[in-house]
Design a protein around this ligand. Structure first.
Ligand SMILES: [Zn+2]
Ligand SMILES: [Zn+2]
Length: 259
């Protein structure tokens, strides 16, 4: 959730609609007051609650044509009503965006950019309001030059620290092919990859780096945090910075971060 001035944007709707509304209330937000829901890609953990949520809120959905298409047909099955329901729920509710073209929602300027992941058209983005820029980048297999460039000069960065490579490899719950998918360059970012970027790519500008999208089975929040903090310490003798590493948790809302 991003709030700037009088604009409130929900980023993705992967939880159940009920849970989204509940968690927004926990941080003092009313789902009725949303100005938009921005969908970064069609995967269930980002769009699974969207259809039901649209019955509760009346704001538009900002989504690309390709992602919309993939979202509607995702549960396609002759015995399944879901695609038809999704199509109906989104009728006249879509503000079509492009994953590489700037757009604006209320008082916030969004600059999306493509990131390497196995969805049809996923993007990370920066969001700017009155000259303050933040970034959200989740669900991507590796840090590209483009991603690193976009993260420069941000006041806060919400970034994936999905798994510990060793924990993922040792994890009994995941089949081999799923592990391969997560570890691939189109999968998810590991604690180790994030640490490398903090050490070698991060410009030190952000006051906060929020670790997000942590795997509940193949990661440990404290391990992820320590990995990032050690990387920051290794960097600071050369680039003193006051960056704070924060955690987000899967089962509760992340406290507000103000920049
Ligand atoms: Zn995801
Ligand atoms: Zn994904």
């Amino acid at each position: 959730m991003i709030v700037a001035g009088n604009t409130r944007v929900l980023v993705d709707a992967g939880l159940s609609a009920k849970e989204i509304v509940r968690r927004l209330a926990m941080v003092g937000e009313d789902a009725q007051r949303l100005d938009g829901v921005l969908v970064t890609h069609e995967h269930g953990d980002h769009a699974g609650g969207l259809r039901v949520l649209l019955g509760t809120v009346d704001c538009p959905v900002y989504i690309s044509a390709q992602t919309l298409d993939a979202y509607v047909s995702e549960r396609f099955n002759v015995n399944n009503e879901e695609p038809r329901r999704r199509e109906k729920a989104l009728r006249n509710r879509v503000e079509q965006i492009e994953s590489s073209k700037d757009f604006r929602i209320g008082e916030i300027d969004f600059h999306p950019f493509t990131i390497p992941h196995d969805a049809v058209d996923n993007f990370g983005f920066t969001a700017t309001h009155h000259g303050v820029k933040i970034a959200t980048v989740m669900d991507f297999g590796h840090i590209t030059t483009l991603v690193s460039e976009q993260l420069r000069g941000c006041a806060a960065i919400v970034i994936e620290s999905n798994h510990s490579r060793d924990m993922l490899k040792a994890c009994d719950n995941y089949p081999w092919d799923l592990k391969q998918r997560i570890l691939s360059r189109l999968g998810h970012l590991s604690n180790e990859d994030l640490a490398d970027w903090i050490r070698d790519g991060f410009d030190g500008a952000a006051k906060y780096i929020v670790l997000a999208h942590l795997s509940q089975r193949a990661n440990n929040p404290y391990l992820a945090k320590i990995n990032a903090e050690v990387a920051l310490q290794e960097k600071t003798p050369l680039f003193p910075c006051e960056t704070e590493i924060c955690l987000s948790y899967p089962k509760e809302p992340t406290p507000w971060i103000e920049v």
